[in-house]
Design a binder for this molecule. Sequence first.
Ligand SMILES: [Zn+2]
Length: 153
Amino acid sequence: MSRVQGKNTKPELIARSLLHQLGYRFTVNGPKNKRLPGKPDIVLPKYKTVIFVHGCFWHRHPNCKYATTPKSNQEYWNAKFKRNVERDQTNQRTLKKLGWQPLILWECELKDLEKTIAKIIAALPRTTAFSLPEELEDLALVAETKATYGKRK
Ligand SMILES: [Zn+2]
């Protein structure tokens, strides 16, 4: 059970790869990654958007099977989780006040590329370099249609 906060975790690499294929430019080590509230994993300056790749356990993904609570020391864990969630909420509020759109990509969602693409496409305008491998292009269109018409569960 390691804390997903280091750089280059697998979910982060998936997120970056998808963004890259969708034609978005972003930074992962720039000054804004270090200075903006919550130290966003990915910054897209052109779209004033920041992306957090959140581990479901530590950041308490709502209704997620990975957001479990250890059986022992529940008081300790609940207090810790509460602080994490509050910190995330504060960071997001501050980012919005500063004119940045925060986007959360959950670790479990990144196992589902279609869902992740839908989320990205819903939050960001299309780029001119928007390109995906053929099999993903189909997926993206499906995802986009779902996002546009709100046919999500
Ligand atoms: Zn989750």
